[in-house]
Ligand binder design. Structure first.
Ligand code: GDG
Length: 719
């Protein structure tokens, strides 16, 4: 049986000290329940802070915890202050929830954060075994994946972030932004609740570390890292069964009676500034004001759990909420009716579920929330299908619970209106909406979520393995041997992105001294035929390579130079003008992009544009061009940050046939983008085809960079 190591800030236990004696009780959160599903395949161990500073006597307690699979990380008071109360709660939490004005950047807290992550690393490395799955949770431990990777390079590490990942504009404010990203990239799989956070993360990775992704996969050094969305589910069956218990039925009746049979609006939150509680109360106030027919007819149960009660912003928030509740109750209430019933404490689960069941409406309007499980729990508790959910669009849950009434939490008018719509929603519509959501929540419950994550982690490990077997550096000796043993060799080499790194300005990518040296050496060996197979125009290639004994393919095969003579495959045409006009429009709309005109094609480059905008515009342009060229013999070619239009029937593969029709003992072809795939597809079986960079390809091998290809070519020239 494999082992699954969960690493999170807190252990799922509560340590209780009573009359000098200490004990611990397991506390069952959503995650712990989800893990039960994999308990047949994995024994689960847990690493985390116990929540207290253990004294020397409590070492016995620690031993007992360990024997039950809980490995406490002991933190001193000052570590907890800097790492938890400081960096986690006052830097990361506000910044990641779009509250940059609350974020404090303090070097000492950062030091504590690093130190505590290292402490976690020490505990995990001490107890981990080589084939364990290590699953790290949340923003407290963002440095841990890489710390562990440095220790055990082969480890299987997953990371899941429970809060939102902010957009680049927000994340860049953090002085330690690169360290955190590098820390996270130590994982093999990085999970977020929704795709928006995935995109934010990938954008930060691109803008700050320069890695580009391919369908959520990144190559980090020689490892593939997968980034994906896994919307966390709830323990559906538990809510369904508790809500139908006789005790809850009784409690529901009691609540309804106490509230005089009025309609009930419910909200459940930790008292946090991200939850939008004052705005919600103001919207309720507006609702009563706008629709006076509901005065005396509805009760708003505001159920809050105290949180971070010593932090200034939370103290102020509490005061403000108290005031607002008082104000609304004073304004509308009377002896028989209290408009806002305010509960400020943690309730036993049964009581909470009874509230869910008793409520007609759940009003859940956070300003920002990673997921929000309360919304899901409310829906699961509605066994008769009745009830309406009003949910803020800025929660992760809004992406799954699309049948809810979705609102902008800042738009009080609309929230007030949503309350009226919810109160007046016909019963069959409520049931229809809720049944659809229930089916979804039942299917993708917390167990499924855990399984899904672990399966994906296994999968990415397999891909890594497959990938590493395709890594040419592992097979370089065979290549060198085959090369040495042959006397008639063909080397087909793409230029940009293969022999030279991509330059922002394509005109500035002329061959450097090292490359000229490599090509001179290779081409002066009479056993070799070296062909530069490029998308560049004839004039440029001629200019760069006139003194070298290499053959050339220009414009993806429109013109070839073999034995010093140019031959045109395609004639010049007047089709370019209409295409140019469209491309010019896109140049105007996409700062940084530009047009390159070649003899036989016309190209729009967007490498220098903002990556997101470039990608979007490229997709738009492609569809515009598609309709423009329909029925013509023109072709659209999407390369690496370029879109090119040219005559059909011209490609690198076809051009290469010019040489491939001869007999060769050794064939090597290298390229980096889709235009090189045509080349790879026409090669003889035993050729060495090499893709530079990662991505789906027909090539047999891959290399990570231009630099690596050059080092292979240098080895050849010495043979
Ligand atoms: C993070 C993210 C993300 C609340 N009051 C009582 C009580 N609760 C329980 C609810 C629910 C949980 O607390 C709150 O869940 P949330 O999803 O709202 O938020 P967090 O767990 O604080 O935080 C969040 C989540 O992680 C999961 O990834 O959704 O966005 O911030 O389960 O039921 N439980 C009981 N009594 C209460 O009074 N028994």
């Amino acid at each position: 049986m494999g082992r699954l190591l969960i690493v999170s800030n807190r252990l799922p236990v509560t340590v209780v000290r009573k009359k000098g004696k200490s004990n611990f009780q397991p506390s069952v959160g959503g995650l712990a329940t989800g893990l039960a599903s994999v308990s047949k395949r994995y024994s689960t161990l847990w690493v985390g802070w116990s929540g207290i500073e253990m004294n020397s006597e409590e070492k016995i307690l620690e031993a007992r915890m360990r024997s039950e699979g809980m490995y406490p990380v002991n933190l001193s008071k000052s570590e907890v202050n800097g790492y938890y109360h400081g960096f986690c709660n006052k830097t990361i939490w506000p910044l990641f929830h779009n509250f940059p004005q609350y974020a404090i950047y303090n070097e000492k807290w950062w030091d504590a954060y690093k130190k505590v992550n290292e402490k976690f690393q020490a505990v995990v490395t001490e107890m981990a075994e080589s084939d364990d799955i290590i699953w790290i949770h949340d923003y407290h431990l963002m440095l841990l994946p890489n710390l562990l990777r440095e220790e055990v390079s082969e480890a299987k590490i997953g990371f899941f972030l429970h809060i939102p990942f902010p957009p680049f504009e927000m994340f860049r404010l953090l002085p330690w932004r690169r360290d955190l990203l590098e820390g996270l990239l130590g994982a093999d799989l990085i999970g977020f609740h929704i795709y928006d956070y995935v995109q934010n993360f990938l954008q930060c990775i691109h803008r700050l570390l320069g890695y580009e992704h391919e369908l959520g996969r990144l190559i980090v050094e020689d490892r593939i890292v997968k980034v994906d969305a896994f919307p966390m589910g709830i323990d559906y069956d538990k809510f369904e069964s508790i809500t139908s218990s006789p005790e809850v039925e009784e409690e529901v009746k009691r609540i309804r009676k106490r509230l005089g049979g009025r309609r009930i609006i419910l909200s459940v939150d930790r008292l946090d500034y991200t939850k939008g509680i004052p705005l919600r109360l103001e919207a309720f106030d507006l609702f009563l004001d706008k629709y006076p027919e509901y005065v005396g007819k509805v009760t708003f149960v505001l159920k809050l759990v105290p949180s971070r009660t010593r932090v200034e912003h939370y103290v102020q928030l509490k005061k403000y909420v108290d005031e607002l509740v008082g104000k609304i109750n004073g304004k509308y209430g009377d002896i028989e009716w209290v408009p806002v019933q305010y509960i400020y404490r943690f309730l036993p689960l049964e009581k909470l579920i009874a509230l869910y069941r008793a409520a007609d409406i759940a009003l859940i309007t956070p300003l920002r929330d990673g997921m929000n499980l309360v919304a899901k729990e409310f829906i699961a508790s509605k066994i008769d299908g009745k009830g309406a959910l009003i949910l803020s669009e800025t929660t992760g849950a809004a992406f799954e619970l699309v049948e809810a009434i979705i609102v902008n939490p800042n738009d009080k008018e609309r929230v007030a209106e949503a309350l009226k719509i919810a109160l007046e929603m016909p019963e069959d519509e409520q049931i229809n909406r809720n049944r659809t959501m229930q089916e979804r929540l039942k299917r993708y419950n917390v167990e499924k979520w855990v399984e899904d994550f672990i399966q994906e982690l296994d999968k990415i490990k397999e891909v890594q393995h497959e990938f590493s077997t395709k890594y040419l550096m592992r097979d370089a000796n065979n290549l060198l041997k085959d090369y040495r043993d042959s006397s008639k060799r063909l080397l087909l080499l793409d230029y940009d992105g293969t022999l030279v790194p991509h330059a922002d300005d394509p005109r500035k990518a002329e061959p450097d001294e090292e490359l000229v040296g490599i090509l001179t050496e290779l081409s002066s060996d009479r056993r070799n035929t070296v062909v530069i197979v490029s998308g560049r125009d004839r004039k440029t290639l001629e200019g760069w390579f006139k003194n070298l004994n290499v053959d050339l393919v220009a414009e993806h095969g429109a013109a070839v130079r073999r034995g010093g003579e140019w031959r045109l495959v395609e004639g010049v045409d007047d089709w370019k003008e209409s295409i140019r006009q469209v491309l010019e429009l896109y140049v105007d709309r996409t700062p940084g992009s530009f047009i390159e005109e070649k003899e036989f094609s016309i190209v729009w480059h967007y490498r220098k544009a903002n990556p997101e905008l470039g990608r979007r515009r490229a997709a738009e342009l492609e569809s515009v061009l598609m309709s423009l060229i329909a029925g013509t013999d023109l072709n659209i070619l999407k390369g690496d940050k370029v879109i090119e239009v040219r005559k059909a029937g011209v490609d690198k593969g076809r051009a290469a046939l010019e040489w491939l029709s001869d007999d060769w003992e050794f064939v090597l072809a290298a390229g980096n983008d889709v235009t090189d795939e045509d080349l790879f597809s026409v090669l003889p079986e035993n050729s060495y085809s090499i893709k530079i960079g990662f991505g789906p390809s027909r090539a047999k091998y891959y290399l990570r960079s231009v630099h690596e290809l050059r080092s292979v070519l240098k080895k050849l020239q010495r043979l």
